[in-house]
Design a binder for this molecule. Structure first.
Ligand code: FE2
Length: 435
């Protein structure tokens, strides 16, 4: 890759990147094929994971019909919690253990797919809950071998969880979001039917769309893989390897699609071209960040979501305060990219160009402002909260937000510009409001 300055080899950095991807099926009507897919994977008794809302909707009915048609025995678990916790992961794992399933199917958003990954893991390789959880909160113990086949069917155009080996949850005792990250958790097959997104409310499309956009932006601007230390053994190379030429391909196209379609997909549920485009972008960004990893906006989002007090956005369950994942990410993003731009100005400017900004006559020195400006305009146009303050936080919350974010070392290490607690405080302060 001598042609690409961004990936110049360094003395102690890695020279190799690897690509692991889920098998993918994409298109309207693809959910009708899940039964046959499960049969092809040798699944005879499946656990079907969903949540109480999605469980009563068309996509789950379609999957159930296709499982019946293929003669596959199954049990439904619809008690997945939106924004899962260690407690809800444990309950799901217990269901999976008792059910003696030989395969898993998840139909829903990121919470459903992530819960299914965790249940599959703990039922296949039982251990103390904290064993596989990311360090420093957990022990980050390697998973001993493969888990059971998992077919993941996303119903929102957001998390990209169908293509990653990451399962995110709230650890209740610490009021902190963390996760389990391992190649073994990546679903065997993703089945993506874009018609699932046609009935989503605008606010859900906006929040999940910004998650997609930020996956692509963060993966594109992540520390290059050539600057991450070479692993001691090949299999110790982290899943989040840093930006690499393969992830760049997905990021560029995901950014172009998000620039074209995000506003349109939010404004008009009948604009199927836009909603299909965002679903495809979510998949591309999921593949990209599954190989390169995200950094600062996601690292900062965990405490924004975890410490929420009164925020109850429309389009989401109203029984308890919640800051949906995509919102908790994007409220940090303009300030975060202003901070990281100096580490790779040309990349930040290119990202703005891909999102549709006319960058003629601009230089790398403008890139942080230009990219932040574009993000802010998109947030305003789609009804996102006005920064971290718009979710209900103030100056006095900054130390707590910093403490939560600083725990996310796996993500912070992927930032192109080194981050310490002081700089996190500055970025949160700059993220309080944008307009
Ligand atoms: Fe995300």
């Amino acid at each position: 890759m001598g042609c690409c300055h961004y990936y110049e080899f360094t003395e102690s950095g890695d020279d190799v990147f690897s690509v692991d991807a889920s098998a993918i099926k994409f298109g309207p009507g693809s959910l009708r094929e899940v039964g046959d897919d499960a049969d092809a994977l040798g699944i005879r008794r499946a656990a079907l994971f969903t949540d109480a809302v999605v469980g009563s909707l068309e996509p789950v009915r379609t999957v159930i019909d296709s499982l019946r048609a293929a003669g596959i025995d199954f049990e439904v678990y619809d008690r997945v919690r939106v924004e899962p916790t260690d407690e809800s992961f444990r309950r799901a794992s217990q269901f999976a253990t008792e059910g003696r399933f030989d395969g898993y199917i998840s139909v829903g958003g990121g919470s459903v797919m992530d819960t299914c990954k965790a249940a599959n893991l703990y039922a296949t390789w039982p251990a103390d809950f904290i064993a596989y959880v990311n360090a420093p909160i957990g022990e980050a113990r390697p998973i001993p071998g493969p888990v059971k086949p998992h077919i993941a069917c996303p119903t929102t155009s957001g998390t990209g969880s169908e293509c990653t080996g990451i399962a995110v949850f709230d650890l209740l005792a610490m009021r902190a979001k963390t996760g389990i990250a391992a190649r073994e958790l990546r679903p065997t097959r993703a089945v993506i039917d874009p018609t699932c997104s046609y009935s989503l409310p605008p606010n859900v499309v906006a929040a999940s769309g910004f998650d997609v956009l930020s996956h692509a932006l963060e993966s594109y601007t992540a520390l290059p893989y050539t600057m991450r230390a070479r692993p001691e053994r090949p299999r110790l190379r982290p899943m989040s390897q840093g930006a690499n030429p393969y992830s760049d391909m997905g990021c560029r196209e995901a950014l172009r699609l998000a620039g074209l379609y995000l506003e349109r997909a939010v404004a008009d549920a009948g604009d199927h071209e836009a909603r299909d485009g965002m679903m495809f972008a979510a998949m591309l960004a999921g593949i990209a960040f599954g190989s390169s990893g995200v950094h600062l906006p996601h690292g900062m989002s965990y405490s924004v979501a975890g410490m929420v007090r009164e925020f109850r956005p429309v389009g989401y369950p109203q029984d308890e305060p919640i800051c949906p994942h995509g919102m908790s990410v994007i409220v940090n993003a303009p300030a975060a990219f202003r901070f990281t731009a100096s580490a790779s100005p040309d990349r930040h400017l290119d990202a703005a160009r891909l999102l549709g900004v006319d960058v003629r006559g601009l230089t790398g020195g403008d890139s942080g402002e230009v990219l932040a400006g574009k993000l802010t305009a998109l947030m305003k146009a789609t009804g996102m909260p006005n920064g971290v303050g718009g979710v209900g936080y103030g100056e006095a919350d900054i130390p707590g937000l910093v403490t939560g974010a600083y725990l996310q070392q796996r993500l912070l290490k992927n930032s192109p510009r080194p981050v310490d607690e002081d700089s996190l405080g500055i970025v949160y302060r700059n993220a309080m409001s944008y307009w």
